[in-house]
Write a new protein. Structure first.
Length: 130
């Protein structure tokens, strides 16, 4: 059962989500959708370097966004957002998983018990239900 929601807890979750978007290695992982990988795939001889640089740029852009989306709770926690890259509408979503990322987290406000998964994709791939 999720912990009771109150302003200090929501602020803590929002802060942890901001930290993930600013420094993903701190306490989470970043995933890129197939659409993003197709978008940043290049025919360059230095293809891997170009892809890694584009991924880093996308993480930075997700960290800079202030266009938060989703439910009121998602926006308060700064869990979902939208931004543009090379003229494409992109979105990000943060999922709260347990410490080994196998099950949903019981307490997203607890940094030690929660691994955050930041997924960045084309807006059309990241549509959240309801």
């Amino acid at each position: 059962m999720p912990a009771t929601i109150h302003p200090a807890r929501t602020a803590r979750i929002a802060s942890l989500n901001d930290q993930l978007r600013d420094d993903s290695g701190a306490h989470g992982h970043v995933l890129f959708t197939v659409g993003i990988m197709r978008l940043i795939d290049t025919a360059s001889p230095r293809k891997m370097a170009a892809i890694v640089m584009a991924q880093q740029q996308l993480i930075r852009l997700a960290g800079l966004t202030r266009d938060f989306t989703g439910s009121d709770r998602d926006r308060e926690e700064r869990r979902c957002g939208a931004f543009r890259y090379l003229g494409h509408a992109l979105a990000f979503d943060i999922e709260y998983r347990d410490a080994v990322a196998l099950k949903p987290s019981r307490d997203p406000a607890d940094r030690q018990a929660t691994r955050r998964i930041l997924t960045i994709g084309l807006a059309s791939e990241c549509a959240r239900p309801g």
